[in-house]
Write a protein that binds this ligand. Structure first.
Ligand code: AMP
Length: 282
């Protein structure tokens, strides 16, 4: 695996491999099985797999969250080598933001950046768009791999590709959410939870599967279901709930009954760690 640490190194690698089709997996590092599932998918589908590790400051609306984001670069490199990744790009800040971050262009992504996560993390998706627009423009991948764990991010990036990068004809591949044995979605932020916290965090999965998927609720108003879930979490040791919303998976707008297609979106705090998850409601 070639490790690229600056823009000219990236350009050298890209120029030397013109005819290969790149499968690109963007990450913020602290790699876990969720990332690996995307990398393995890319390995199967692409002749050249490129991974970026970059903790992007502009997508953090909370400085503390940015500061305590885990960094395990040495371990990550070993993992990527064992997965036979072709190239890892760990860019500098200047590579990503050559003109600084004070006057970044605004990305019109059909207001998808203003709801759910966007409402609670103002500017977050503009930051995601900034960094991915930069990386995709430089790397020009044939395929881009994203996880369903960040369902709204998938929608945002899909819109970014259509609205701003259409000429590159990037194929967006979405991988399923990888969970631990008790259903907790793997996340780099889980590294900041205690053992008890990890145990408790799986209540999200268990409640959705045991209470909400259950057909007895199918005629109930979504808002009632959300309220009850909220109460359950607060009674069971969660610090707070940013949102629990049952929404249409295409528009991400709340829906009141979910006899048709529906997905539940969750953002909660536990032990000071912000956890997000989403589930298709069948
Ligand atoms: P991150 O490093 O958190 O920016 O995530 C990098 C990519 O991995 C994103 O496309 C995420 O959606 C994806 N990802 C994160 N956690 C999981 C998971 N548990 N299962 C599948 N994909 C994931």
């Amino acid at each position: 695996m070639v490790i690229i640490s600056n823009l000219s190194g990236l350009e050298d690698v890209l120029n030397s491999m013109e005819h290969k089709s790149i499968g690109y997996v963007p990450t913020m590092g602290a790699l876990h099985e969720g990332h690996l599932s995307l990398i393995q998918l890319a390995r199967k589908q692409s002749t050249f797999v490129l991974v970026t590790i970059y903790v992007n400051p502009t997508q953090f609306n909370n400085r503390k969250d940015f500061d305590k984001y885990p960094n395990t670069l040495d371990a990550d490199i070993r993992i990527l080598e064992s997965e036979k990744v072709d190239a890892l790009y760990v860019p500098t800040f200047e590579d990503v933001y050559p003109n600084g971050t004070d006057r970044l262009p605004y990305f019109d992504i059909n207001n998808l950046d203003l709801i759910l996560e966007g409402k609670y993390r103002p500017g977050h998706f503009q930051g995601v768009c900034s960094v991915l627009h930069r990386f995709i423009s430089l790397i020009k991948p044939a395929k881009l791999y994203l996880g369903e764990k960040d369902f709204q991010q998938v929608k945002v990036v899909d819109t970014l590709l259509k609205n701003y990068l259409n000429e590159l004809d990037v194929d967006l591949v979405v991988g399923p959410t990888v969970r631990d044995a008790k259903g907790l979605a793997l996340s780099s932020r889980n590294k900041n939870l205690s053992i008890q916290g990890i145990e408790r965090a799986s209540f999200l999965y268990q409640y959705v599967h045991n209470q909400i998927m259950h057909s007895q609720f199918k005629n109930e108003d979504s808002r009632q279901i959300e309220l009850r879930f909220n109460e359950f979490l607060l009674m069971n040791g969660f610090d707070s709930v940013d949102y629990i919303i049952i929404a249409d998976p295409n528009t991400l707008k709340p829906i009141s009954d979910f006899n048709s297609q529906a997905r539940i979106f969750i953002a909660v705090f536990l032990e000071g760690v912000r956890l997000i998850d989403n589930f298709e409601l069948l």
